[in-house]
Design a protein around this ligand. Sequence first.
Ligand code: GLU
Length: 289
Amino acid sequence: MRLKKGLLISAIGLVGALALSGCTDSATSPSAAPVAEAPTFEAGTTMAALSEAGTMTIGTKFDQPLFGLLGPDDKPVGFDVEIGKLIAAKLGIKADDIKWKETVSANRELFIENGEVDIVIATYTINDVRKEKIDFAGPYYEAGQDLLVLAGNPDKITGPEDLTGKPVCTVSGSTSEKNIAEYTDNVITTDAYSKCLAPLRSGEVVAVTTDNVILAGLADQNAGEFEVISNPFTQEPYGIGLKKGDDAFRAFINDTLEESYTDGSWAAAWEATAGKVLKTPTPPAVDRY
Ligand code: GLU
């Protein structure tokens, strides 16, 4: 699954870009999106307010390698984080000026609704139930729910059908929790997927279930201990959560995503993060519902 060659090429590209631009912000932004200089937005819009403030608060995961994981400098790193930097950059906000707030699966809508964050980028599946409370830009990636088991797959699990009555760990408030309930009524929930690893190690559960890319990150972080079944059984389009009814902001984020698909910054963000372990996919079409 590792694409060492792709990584090498992107690393060479990054070093080249650093040498040419002398851009210091690249140190915290591997995809090095250029920060817009004094962009203008219609008065009264969220874009104008954030741009004027020079900062924004983004909710993301802090314990999910490849997408959002707290780094040694207490700043998160990962593909979701890079997508956040691309959006901030279009608003004229430098990566260093973004405030990152940890969100877990169960508090994402709440944090958006009560204004604790401006947006959430956190392996966040777009669905109609969530759309009753918030809106989504995107999708910017599509994952699928899968299973993580001990290396060697001692219980010979090939898919969710093999889990009837067996103990499985997942996270409350996630689509994973809802979907797995169709296959087993023996579900242990925590607030973060990383906390499912100890019960899997001890045999308390036979599998951990959530999106394949989250599981791939956990397997990569704990080399040799676990394996992903690689038999996805749902579609999980990842969106960017924002306040319900802020159509102008949603359109702006969708424009930003589409631009990142064509100008190479989406691919650069991927290759600098999740692409170290996973193949580079084709980005999904944005859904301007
Ligand atoms: N993408 C799924 C969701 O939004 C599972 C991953 C997560 O909990 O962040 O519920």
